[in-house]
Design a protein around this ligand. Structure first.
Ligand SMILES: Nc1nc2c(c(=O)[nH]1)N[C@H]1C(S)=C(S)[C@@H](COP(=O)(O)O)O[C@H]1N2
Ligand SMILES: [Mo]
Length: 263
């Protein structure tokens, strides 16, 4: 059995916990919010993100459930406020080395020639010109140290730098009332996010990791970095960005992972 399959199975063992956690949250919501929540629910990783508890043993499972039953506004903020900020960390808290993850091994990460690379833009945008790497590196950038949480049961703190994605969407004349932004990657990976998350102030079109050009294993030449979403929602090696109203799904989402995937 592959590592990925094994971890999906161990995630299934925790189904009872996830159901209970989702019941607690659902009880705190009403009306439209409750309806939306019941449609999506939270994954194990989403619950970890929400409670800040590491639920790898039974005592922390209890702690997570207790924490959750005690809060109200925080749940709603996490779930529905597109502007709520994820925690930021200091340089000394960074995880070294930062883990690699993909649906294949590290040696199979795509090899991309920076001189021939172009980022393509599609869908509901007024400027569909492609972007070379020098064009992207000329844009003003910011950096942030945040926690990446993977549903496979690990999390790590890293520093990413790049263009605030909201700025990028405005520059290409994206229809900011569209529902989704989808990403196609140089491997066969793809994923998509809601517009509120695309416009979130901490969502970055990341070109660097730890002050260096984004290494091949972490998604050269660029990834979308969102501390409000689980790892699988953060596409690496982005090739095409499309703004759309048609539900685009995703590589793991189409195999049963929750599309909401976090915040
Ligand atoms: N293109 C691409 N992006 C991807 C993946 C992938 O397989 N291909 N895996 C996702 C998952 S599940 C995780 S946890 C993170 C891992 O990113 P890292 O290698 O920087 O830790 O990338 C995400 N983005
Ligand atoms: Mo992941």
């Amino acid at each position: 059995m592959s590592e990925k399959k094994k971890s999906i199975n161990s995630a299934l063992d925790t189904r009872a916990f996830i159901n209970e956690a989702n019941n607690i949250i659902a009880k705190k919501l009403d009306g439209e919010k409750r309806r939306l929540f019941l449609k999506q629910g939270l994954t194990l990783g989403g619950i970890v993100m929400l409670t800040g508890c590491d639920i790898s043993d039974n005592s922390s499972v209890d702690k997570a459930l207790t924490t959750m039953s005690g809060f109200n506004d925080r749940v709603q903020a996490w779930l529905f406020d597109g502007q709520r900020l994820a925690p930021v960390y200091t340089e000394s808290q960074m995880t070294r080395p930062f883990p690699f993850n993909a649906y294949y091994g590290e040696d199979d990460a795509p090899v991309i020639d920076p001189n021939n690379y172009e980022l393509d833009i599609a869908g509901l945008v007024s400027d569909k010109r492609s972007w070379t790497l020098p064009m992207l590196h000329k844009m003003s950038s910011v950096s942030q140290i945040t926690r990446h949480i993977c549903v496979e049961g690990w999390s790590a703190i890293g520093k990413w730098g790049g263009i605030p994605f909201a700025d990028f969407l405005k520059i290409i004349g994206a229809d900011l009332t569209a529902k989704y932004v989808s990403f196609k990657c140089e491997d066969d990976y793809y994923t998509s996010i809601d517009m509120a998350t695309a416009l979130h102030p901490q969502t970055l079109l990341a070109l660097t990791y730890d002050g260096q050009i984004l290494p091949r294993k972490y998604g050269f030449p660029m990834k979308l970095r969102m501390p409000t979403k689980l790892g699988y929602k953060n596409p690496k090696h982005i090739k095409v960005i499309e703004v759309t109203n048609q539900y685009p799904g995703g590589y793991w989402e189409d195999q049963g992972y929750n599309w909401f995937g976090g915040s």
